[in-house]
Design a protein around this ligand. Structure first.
Ligand code: NAD
Length: 249
């Protein structure tokens, strides 16, 4: 079903994990898709595989984001779907939180998200849908994730306030809160394989549906929120977490 026909969509961090699966789903439903990411080779490879356009733009580099906006405007016109997905996960116990790690994580997960929206806003069509990728971790307390959780909680607060301000243009904005999802994100934390396995086992024990999510699970919700079927939905947070929110991590 081509429920996203004639819609132009941008997916930040679209070369991996949830962003990749969502870009694939949006394209399958008829949208024109542009993915962004940091690494030229990885963005190009993913764009080729998906048959979409890839643009290199680090979300912490506001000039690069502005260039991406210009390129999208010139090649595709205005945007209907903005999936603010790019993010990182850097666990650290309280007492070992460094300023560098704080700035890096907040800089990508929160500041990067806010300024992606700021920069794309002038080329968003009235009636557009913005989807922010937060996390159930924003409130389902899990040890060693205080800064990550705060970066996602900040994004959820932003979503609620922005929804009111964007409503006069009929622009909807919602947050998606996944539980643990099988993606490469955990391999980028600096943890050893052994630590990741232990971490994964501890998380699995707390997921009532007894499995990690797959990127495709999240893509389903993203494509729904992106579509006109969700035309009365704004300012919300949607858990998609196998029940973690009722059984906190
Ligand atoms: P991933 O590592 O597979 O993908 C992350 C993407 O973000 C990559 O494409 C990466 O290149 C991009 N990215 C990172 N920093 C960037 C930057 N500075 N500029 C541009 N792009 C950047 O991980 P994922 O699990 O698919 O993560 C996607 C989002 O989902 C993140 O925001 C993450 O916090 C969130 N999330 C993930 C899980 C999970 O368990 N995997 C759970 C809840 C929320």
């Amino acid at each position: 079903m081509n429920q996203l026909e004639n819609k132009v969509s941008v997916v930040t961090g679209g070369n991996s994990g949830i962003g990749y699966a969502s870009a694939k789903k949006l394209k399958k439903q008829g949208a024109t898709v542009i993915i962004t990411g940091r690494n030229t080779a990885k963005v190009q490879k993913a764009a080729d595989e998906l048959g979409v356009t890839g643009i290199v733009a680090d979300v912490t580099d506001l000039k690069a984001v502005e260039r991406a906006v210009d390129q999208v405007k010139n090649e595709f016109g205005n945007v209907d779907i903005l999936f603010v997905n790019a993010g990182i996960f850097q666990p650290a116990p309280v007492g070992q939180i460094t300023e560098e790690m704080f700035d890096h994580q907040m800089g990508i997960n929160f500041k990067g998200a806010v300024f992606t929206i700021e920069k794309f806003l002038p080329i968003l069509n009235d009636g557009a849908s913005i989807i922010n990728l937060a996390s159930v971790n924003a409130y389902a307390g899990m040890s060693n994730t205080a800064v990550y959780a705060a970066s996602k909680a900040a994004l959820n607060s932003y979503t609620r306030i922005a929804a009111t301000e964007l409503a006069p243009r009929n622009i909807r904005i919602n947050s998606v809160n996944p539980g643990p999802v099988s993606t490469p994100i955990f391999g980028k934390t600096g943890m050893s394989e052994e630590q990741i396995d232990g971490f994964a086992e501890a998380m699995l024990n707390r997921i009532p549906l007894n499995r990690f999510g797959e990127p495709e699970d999240i893509a389903e919700l993203v494509s729904f929120l992106a579509s006109d079927k969700a035309s009365f939905i704004t300012g919300g947070e949607y858990n998609i977490d196998g029940g973690v929110n009722i059984n906190p991590l």
